[in-house]
Design a protein around this ligand. Structure first.
Ligand code: XBP
Ligand code: MG
Length: 260
């Protein structure tokens, strides 16, 4: 991406965000860097089950191409040359142990919201914009994270909360985003999806929703072709908003130059 485009990205992103009727947030990697806790929780479950599996960060980065914890464990098991049989019931039990351990880790408060997230949620609410969640993880995991970060009444601020088990196909299928649009009763082009991964970008794009990427720990080098803007994190929106307030013509003139 040319230097000029990089410099412009936050203002374009801030403009895109301000003009949306609703912001639809991914969870893992976007709201907080939770994947490191998921990774630790998977390893805890493997140890409890005596599997002898240990996913280090390099392996986990690769395994994140498979969305859904149960699907990820099945994909890993299938990839092993010599592995003991593992039934769907075994996978479900491993996932239950993992999810319980993950919730315990999140509840310690060791995984705060990423920079700029709380401010963006508050700004959007102040602007009267609607909020939604479209994630692959479970409702229990969303609640564990956001109760800790935003208080137990967090859900009242969201008009739609769609989790992986609410739909037939997980990301990169568009299902969670299509379901969010249906519940919001909004058109795709009136919304913005905020994502951290290539799978998330694909899912939202297939639903026709413009996507703002915030790079995360495990997915920062994914292919983000087609994203409307790519930021290091959402705190960049804050300084860009200041630029927009000081010079509202800034973004309009830039869009005109680009023929947008
Ligand atoms: C990321 C995922 C999830 C988590 C693990 O979800 O793919 O599977 O890695 O959570 P998001 P589960 O769409 O929020 O980025 O074990 O509950 O699946
Ligand atoms: Mg994510």
């Amino acid at each position: 991406m040319q230097a000029d485009a990089l410099a412009q990205a936050p203002v374009d992103a801030a403009d895109l965000i301000r003009r949306a009727a609703a912001l639809i947030f991914d969870v893992d990697g976007t709201l907080a860097e939770t994947e490191e806790l998921h990774r630790q929780a998977f390893n805890h479950a493997f140890a409890r089950h005596g599997l002898g599996w240990e996913w280090d960060r390099a392996v986990y980065r690769h395994l994140l191409l498979v969305t859904g914890g149960k699907e990820r464990m099945r994909a890993y098991h299938t990839s092993l040359v010599a592995a003991p049989p593992l039934s769907d019931a075994d996978i479900a039990e491993l996932h239950r142990i993992k999810t319980t351990h993950y919730a315990g880790l999140v509840e310690t408060g060791c995984c705060p919201l990423r920079p700029g997230v709380a401010e963006l949620l508050a700004d959007a609410k102040a602007r009267g914009q609607r909020l939604a969640i479209a994630t692959t993880t479970s409702h229990g995991n969303i609640d564990a994270l956001l109760s800790q970060a935003l208080g137990t009444g967090w859900a009242a601020d969201f008009d739609a909360i769609v989790a992986g088990d609410d739909v037939r196909h997980k990301k990169p299928a568009p299902d969670v985003y299509l379901e969010s649009l249906a519940r919001l009763q909004l058109e795709a082009h009136d919304c913005v999806a905020i994502e951290d991964s290539g799978n998330g970008l694909m899912a939202a794009s297939r639903a026709g929703i413009p996507v703002l990427i915030t790079r995360s720990m495990f997915c920062r080098d994914d292919d983000f072709t087609g994203a409307r803007a790519v930021l290091e994190d959402l705190s960049e929106l804050g300084s860009a908003n200041q630029k927009l307030k000081n010079n509202p013509m800034h973004s309009r003139s830039r869009r005109r130059d680009r023929g947008a």
